[in-house]
Structure formats: C-alpha cells, structure tokens
Design a protein. Structure first.
Length: 309
C-alpha cells in the first residue's frame, strides 16, 4: 500500500505531526528533567513507538511540536556518530541495528515550538509552516495500539480510497465520554462512520454517541484556517476537535474503527498496563514475562528473608 497507490485526486500523506510539548506532570517525579515521551515502553521510548508506526505507514517527514528543553526528543533520532563507530569497531551488529532503527535524516525531522500550553489545537497550528499545503497525519504518542497492522497504516489505506479527513475511533464506556472527542454520526457501516458532528469531552448525558477519537488523525491543510482563530473550547483550551468540527460539511469526514487494542499511556496505570501487554506479546521475551507475572500474581516468587542475628 502506501502513497504510491493513491488515486490521482487524493493527495498522499507524507508528513506526520507529533504534539509533544506537554510537561508530563502526571508522571512526576519521573518527568522532572526527562520528557514523558522518553519513558520506556518495554524496550524503546514512547516517541519511538509512534515514529516507527508512522514510518511503517509510509510517512517520510516528521514534525515534533515541542516546548523548550525537550530537544532530546530530536536527538534520539539523529545519527550518533561516536556510538555507531564504537559498536561497529566492536562488531556489535545487533546493537548497531537497534541504534540505526531509530535514525531519521536530519532534514526530515523538524522541531516546531509551542511556547505556551494553550491546547492540542494550538500545538497543531504551531506546525503549520512545516506541513504546508498538503494532507498530514497527527500522532499522539500517549495512545498506543497493539495489533497486527499499525493503526496509521490502516488509516492511510482507508484514506487512499476515501480521501478527506479521517480520525481513528473506538467505542468507550458511556461514563468516559468526558475524556475524549466524541462523534455525532450520520451513517456507520461498523468500520467506517460518516461524521456529522464532533464534541470535545461532553458529559455522558450530553454525548451524541460513545464513539471516541483516539490519537491518530489524517487532516487536510484547511484545518489551519479553522485553527487560526485561536478560539478556546472545553477546559479553556484551543481544541483540535472544535477546528475539525468546522471542516465538516465542507470536506468528507470519517471515523475509522481500527483493528487492535489501544492503551492509554497518558496516566500511570494505563502506562503500566501497556508495558505488561506489550511485553507479554513480545516474540522475544513474551513467554518469560508471562512466567514472571504468574509467579508474582500467585505469590510464588522466591522470597528471601534473613532473620536478624
Ligand atoms: C485529546 C483530544 C481528544 C481525543 C484524545 C485521544 O485529548 O483532545 O479529542 O479523544 O486526545 O487520546 P487529551 O487526551 O489530550 O485530553
């Protein structure tokens, strides 16, 4: 699949924006000096999971929206000459591959600065010059999806047939609608939903459905016009959902129910859950992790108790 198969009238998605300016206060003290997106999910930082998913979907250019002090997020993807040379000299091929797997050419990785935490809509607006006049993807690294095909790959396959704008969606419990952008739907074939409205974090009694947006989007560049008003919405923030709602009626807007299991790494327990799930499903260490977890859960792990004197 990928951009090569895009019909003539549908512009391919080549760029992805990663809004990663947040302070990660929920993860303090871990995030006192280290960006939340550098926390490890099994064997690599969260940001790398998101970048690899984007790469696998055919994305060629990467735009990180950061705040001052988070430049390490870029460093992680730039060639590390000294380390590479040392590993080469020592014949450490596996480690060399691991290091190379996260390299992006410097001219394909851009930093846009969001100087104030004004909301997700504002973060995306900060990336406008790097995106330019073409459709683009947005990846929220807090949302990870475990499955056979990457979530963004599934979205780009659908986009290459349907065009327009597309968000990844899943059903959430009614009581959780106030944590997500929620869809109001025209028609729904169980896989693709034609969207007629979007509401950011409605209380359950006001929610038009329980179909919620998770952190993968494909949007047309006209979104930047809708964001340029800097209008504040839910929580006093400039919301991406509000700007997207303004595009409905002007352009096609669909929600895609993706295949896979989504984990929310935006809070502690969700992050721990993701680590357990990803490590249990790892072909390399999965069976050992299962044994460890069973032992701990059953209380049969080895306990050392040395009595005093
Ligand atoms: C953001 C979006 C929301 C979306 C969610 C997905 O909210 O504003 O519409 O459903 O991401 O994770 P946040 O989680 O940043 O509060």
């Amino acid at each position: 699949m990928g951009p090569m198969n895009t019909p003539d009238n549908i512009k391919p998605v080549r760029k992805a924006v990663f809004p990663v300016a947040g302070l990660g206060t929920r993860f303090l003290p871990a995030t006192k000096v280290m960006p939340k997106e550098m926390l490890t999910l099994v064997d690599r930082p969260l940001i790398q999971h998101a970048v690899e998913e984007a790469k696998a979907a055919g994305i060629e250019e990467f735009i990180f929206v950061i705040s001052k002090g988070k430049e390490i997020l870029k460093d992680h993807f730039i060639k590390h000459e000294a380390l590479t040379k040392t590993l080469e000299a020592r014949g450490k091929t596996q480690q060399l591959e691991a290091v190379k797997s996260c390299e992006i050419p410097a001219d394909k990785l851009h930093l846009a600065y969001q100087d104030e935490p004004l909301g997700l809509g504002h973060a995306i607006w900060c990336a406008r010059e790097f995106v330019g006049d073409e459709p683009f993807a947005i990846m929220l690294p807090d949302d990870v999806v475990l499955g056979d095909a990457g979530c963004l790959t599934q979205m780009i396959e659908t986009y290459n047939k349907a065009g327009g704008n597309l968000v990844a969606v899943m059903d959430v419990p009614k009581e959780d609608t106030n944590k997500y952008g929620i869809l109001d739907v025209h028609s729904d074939d169980g896989k693709l939903a034609d969207i007629k409205g979007l509401v950011e974090k409605p209380e359950p009694e006001n929610a038009p459905s329980t179909l919620s947006i998770i952190g993968r989007y494909i949007l047309q560049p006209e979104i930047f016009e809708k964001l340029s008003g800097h209008e504040k919405g839910a929580g006093g923030e400039i919301q991406l959902t509000d700007a997207m709602a303004k595009l409905i009626g002007e352009q096609p807007f669909n929600g895609l129910r993706f295949d896979g299991t989504r984990y929310d790494c935006g809070h502690h327990l969700g992050f721990i859950e993701a680590n357990i799930a990803y490590s249990m499903h790892s072909p390399k260490i999965g069976s050992q992790v299962k044994e460890i977890i069973e032992k701990i859960a059953n209380g049969t792990e080895e306990k050392i108790h040395v009595a005093a004197g």
